[in-house]
Design a protein around this ligand. Sequence first.
Ligand code: FRU
Length: 459
Amino acid sequence: MNKSDAYNLKYHITPPYGLLNDPNGLAFFNHQYHVFYQWNPKGTEHKHKCWGHVVSSDLVHWQRKSVALEPSEWYDKDGIYSGGGLVHNEKLYLFYTGNVTRDDGVKESYQCAAISEDGEYFQKTGPLFEHPKGYTRHVRDPKVWGDQNGNWWMIVGAQSEDLTGDTLIYKSKDLSNWKCQGSFFEHNSEFGYMWECPDIINFSENDVFVFSPQGLPEVGEYCRNPNQSGYIVGKLSEIGRFNGNLSDFKELDRGFDFYAPQSFKVNDRIIMFGWMSAMNEEAERAVPTIQEGWIHALTLPREIVLSNGVLYQKPLRELQLLRLDGMHYNGEIQKNSVWQLPSLQVELIINFSMLTANFTMKVRDAVQIDYDREQNSLTVWRTNWLTNQREYRKATLNNRLTEIQMFIESSSLEIFANEGEEVFSLRYFLEDTEQRSVLLEAGDNEGEVRIYQLQECAG
Ligand code: FRU
């Protein structure tokens, strides 16, 4: 089955066929960026998980590699789940969770490693340690880093026996013998029933713990997706505890479709990818690309910066390499404007010099963005493809809105406000590929609009 132009994403990482979910094993190795992802090559359900693999020299043009990890051993025979990557001694290490369903039906999980010298073929090394006591079988998604004292640390997402989410931390001197140091947090307060995909980002002042807690209640405009991904700012101690003056949990992305992000650091830049989906099962089964034999995509890479306790997620500067020669449109904001997009691969930037009124923007008859000046809030509307109902997500900005940057594809939209102060990622499905109008009812606002046509370079 072929991917149709109506839905195919041409500058995002998608699976060649089958189902994609979390980004995994992010690493820069042998002069190339490696991105792995959860992949079911056999169908569009959450089964038979392997690690798909793409490489790039610039983080925007990707080349597909053969499957990197697939079930082959007793400890991973029923699926290779998520984990991180690490480069050490000229080798690429992948840490992952092996899943097993025993003959008696009991499910088990093992934290494992696989090592490669060429970045292509991986040698598995088997389970790294025993399953921790006091935790259910839901222990997964190892992420490993090294400190300046020659220690290696691993955090794994976990569910304790009282069915609350947690993160465990392990320590090693040699990347193969690991010792459990207990919970990553000194005081565990109840926060969801399972924490998936833990990650830590080190900044000079503070550290940031990123994770995907399941089962948080919806509160006002917050936590409106089935599962959330977000962060807490604090301090990583020398004994592997996350403490200090802990901030509140903040969602990373305020759109409909963002989950299980992972970051890596290259030359002092922190780069993050997420999975562009946070749908419930019913909505997922109704995604129209399933008819074409594939489902889901990763987000574009974002550069992560911590400023005044807030993680800014800026579109990676390399994304400018995607811009085709010449700007498609460059002009002043009018009261009412309609632009015809040159293709379904577009970047659109609005810089406001004076923002005195509310405005509304309609992208391809599919998504609407409303700005409320009094609240300084953005509300993003789309039509749910399962229920046909309009639904929204809303975020209030801390700083006055000055810029909106949008990456439009045939079936995805990523909206960055104020250089990543808030981001909305979402999928939408519109059959009519000729429907390419973007409408801005701008009121008396002043500013500039630029539209770039982007390269089709993947998929
Ligand atoms: C997050 C997750 C991970 C798990 C993987 C399985 O989306 O559930 O916890 O390792 O997906 O595909």
